[in-house]
Design a protein around this ligand. Structure first.
Ligand code: GH3
Ligand code: MG
Length: 698
């Protein structure tokens, strides 16, 4: 039957008083029937438009949010909640606003946008307090607490759940389950795993009472995590398996991936890296299809760590790149949503004010994106410096990268001469500076007149690093410092300064903080990237190029030099009877000998030559521009240098070492770089057959 006819009575009541929505709420949120839900929502929307009922329209969007949420269309869900939020705000419906906030908290948490989730959660909580709506407050507190856990702010999460216990109100059974599981996760991470297990048992008991099994996967996953903390690896394994099997049985894809990720961490702990890789490969495959970005990001990061530890640098690098990519994508989404929020909110305001806000946010987001995709610290800083004046007026801009282990900060300044300068500051010498205050306290500094206000932060007048180089007191009046923070840890700071008094306000601080956020991520990425890239390029023991890298370069040289009809030679070098050194003195001293030989070889070659570690005690030298006679000279120089050095491996253990070398100059019938190498190798073989310690050429 036609909806309007069927529910004519209820619709009439709704027209008389918009708060008579309860009847339709039940239909629109009916768990088990998507058709009825969709029809109800569509009809409510139409009806509200026809009759100009704003409250009804807002509720309809809110229900549409849940509908999309339950269908896993999270982007759409967020959009609907935002619409409802906007309309509720227009008609000043506080209850509605609280619901919209809750919806947004949920959906953003679900897709890993924790900062956004947190923002909406806190807004909802303050509305609940304002309206004294305890029931909604409980729901919002739980969701916000869970969100804190996702952000890994466990102590903050714990505060929230403890405050719930203090509140004078009865939690529903399902809320009790959520609280117990959240507390368990907190205890696993920052407290007592035993206590976590008892929270988990509570949750299990309530599920039993209610005869539901909605949270079984989560429960056993947490159990496994608690057992891992207790080093009870067999029990952990059983728990993960249970969680995993249950997810398969019920086709819970998200839960399945969650348990696999935790399970893989256990595999790594007990030395089954391959097994971990197998699970994670499956997780990444499923998660890329389903856009489960948080899990995807975590899995890439674990894979990167595994391969790094296995010294498989090219794979490590590939996964690190995937990780950075997905991180970028999530950050992008956050920026877009912030924009969307502004879109909704500012439509009522003056157009030009809106426009400037829009431009600024867009600029920030573009600059941020550029910063993040940069993997070199210096160019990150150049980039920010180039762009910052579009956002904040500065006479002076600086970044410090903080090295926690060494407790020192490296400052990069850009002053009026526009030159990038570097200064390293050790903290013991600078405990009395704005910079170290900012790093140590993780707090911002906003000063309108530095002469008068420095005492709020430091005892003595600021030293030169804090102001423009050596210009001394009172040169810069207005100063902002903000820390760059990642996972609760300070990785550096950012500062802007101006000769004008009171040049900055909270908006500037906010802008700088966003830039600092972007930069913190970029700098962390750059650090890891640099490390892995280095591993992939240079051999750890000798600091020569890796085999992969020397061949790659060799192929480039081959192409270039053959195309230009230029000469080049390659020399294969191998240590003589090196096995004896190992057998006599052991591998550790063997390694030492190897690196000392490499050091000797390095001293004999020009910086236009390339040398790589080709095998265990074998090196490949490429000399661009050299014909065979010159290359033989070089080889002979190397041979005699190695022979004439005494190698002091340890107190009193002095050995001598010789090497054999095979030289070959590229000839027209060498069809590839590897063929050139092959001939050099053949010459090396002849050298070995000629009593060793000799150079043989073609
Ligand atoms: P030859 O004169 O025929 O080259 O004799 P050799 O003993 O050097 O034999 P070969 O080059 O075939 O074997 C290389 C040996 O070098 C094998 C291994 O004991 C040792 N080796 C290879 N890589 C390393 C390493 O990274 N560290 C140490 N300490 N020894 C290595
Ligand atoms: Mg050898």
């Amino acid at each position: 039957m036609d909806f309007q006819l069927k529910y004519a009575n209820e619709l009439n009541k709704l027209k008389e008083d918009e708060s008579n929505i309860e009847f339709f709420r039940k239909l629109a949120l009916k768990r088990d029937n998507f058709d009825i839900r969709k029809e109800t929502i569509d009809e409510l929307l139409r009806f509200s438009k026809e009759n100009n009922l704003n409250n009804v329209k807002a509720w309809a969007y809110y229900y549409l949010g849940w509908y999309n949420f339950d269908k896993s269309h999270y982007d759409k869900a967020a959009e609907c909640y935002l619409m409802s939020n906007d309309i509720f705000e227009l008609v000043n419906n506080k209850t509605g606003l609280i619901y919209a906030c809750n919806g947004l908290t949920n959906v953003y948490c679900q897709i890993g946008q924790f900062k956004l989730a947190n923002e909406w959660g806190l807004k909802g909580i303050s509305l609940c307090e304002e309206t004294e709506d305890t029931e909604a407050l409980v729901t919002l507190l739980i969701n916000t607490g869970i969100n804190y856990i996702q952000m890994k702010y466990f102590s903050k999460g714990r505060e929230i759940f403890y405050s719930l216990e203090m509140m004078d109100c009865e939690l529903t059974k399902t809320q009790q389950i959520s609280c117990n599981l959240a507390l368990a996760e907190i205890e696993i991470n920052i407290g007592e795993p035993d206590l976590a297990l008892s929270y988990i048992e509570n949750a299990l008991k309530i599920e039993d009472e209610l005869q539901i099994c909605t949270d079984i996967c989560e429960i056993y996953k947490l159990k496994g995590m608690a057992f891992v903390k207790l080093k009870l690896y067999d029990l952990a394994e059983q728990a993960f398996k249970k969680s995993y099997d249950f997810s398969i049985e019920h086709d819970y894809i998200y839960e399945k991936c969650c348990s696999m990720v935790e399970w893989s961490k256990l595999h790594i702990l007990v030395g089954r890296k391959q097994e971990a890789v197998r699970l994670l490969n499956e997780v990444t495959e499923v998660c890329s299809c389903k856009e489960l970005n948080i899990l995807l990001r975590e899995s890439y990061h674990i894979l990167y760590t595994i391969y790094k530890e296995l010294n498989m640098s090219d794979k490590a690098l590939a996964f690190l790149e995937e990780y950075i990519l997905i991180d970028d994508e999530m950050y992008d989404y956050e920026q877009n949503q912030l924009m969307a929020k502004m879109n909704f909110k500012h439509t009522k305001r003056e157009a030009d004010q809106y426009k400037s806000l829009y431009d600024k946010t867009e600029l920030l987001s573009t600059i941020g994106q550029k910063i993040i995709s940069n993997l070199n610290i210096k160019s990150i800083i150049d980039l920010i410096d180039e762009e910052i004046n579009k956002l904040i007026e500065t006479d002076y801009f600086g970044i410090a990268v903080y090295d926690r282990e060494e407790d020192r900060a490296k400052y990069y300044f850009v002053g009026e001469d526009l030159q990038l300068q570097e200064v390293v500051q050790f903290n013991e010498s600078t405990n009395n500076s704005f910079g170290s205050y900012c790093i140590k306290s993780k707090k911002d500094i906003v000063i309108g007149n530095s002469d008068k206000e420095y005492k709020k932060y430091i005892d003595n007048e600021p030293i030169e690093f804090d102001e423009a180089q050596g210009k001394g007191k009172s040169y810069m009046k207005s100063i902002i410092y903000t820390p760059m923070i990642i996972n609760d840890k300070v990785v550096g700071l950012m500062t802007v300064q101006s000769k004008e008094e009171n040049a900055y306000d909270q908006n500037d601080l906010h802008t700088l903080k966003i830039l600092a956020n972007y930069s913190a991520i970029a700098i962390e990425n750059a650090k890891s990237y640099k490390k892995v890239e280095d591993l992939a390029t240079y051999d750890n023991l000798t600091r020569f190029l890796t085999k992969f890298e020397i061949i790659r370069l060799g192929e480039i040289i081959y192409d270039k030099y053959t195309a230009n009809n230029s000469k080049f030679s390659v020399t294969m070098i191998d240590i003589d009877n090196f096995k004896t050194v190992n057998d006599t003195y052991g591998h550790v001293l063997g390694d030492r000998a190897l690196s000392m030989v490499a050091e000797t070889i390095a001293k004999c070659i020009r910086n236009t030559d390339y040398i790589g570690r080709y095998g265990g005690d074998e090196f490949l030298l490429i000399c661009p521009g050299l014909g065979e006679p010159e290359a033989v000279d070089v080889a002979e120089r190397i041979r005699s240098a190695v022979e004439n050095r005494l190698y002091n491996l340890d107190d009193g253990i002095i050995v001598s070492v010789t090497i054999s070398l095979g030289v070959h100059e590229y000839r027209k019938n060498d069809m590839s770089f590897m063929e050139v190498v092959k001939v050099a190798d053949k010459n090396l073989y002849s050298a070995k057959g000629n009593n060793r310690n000799i150079v043989i050429c073609s």
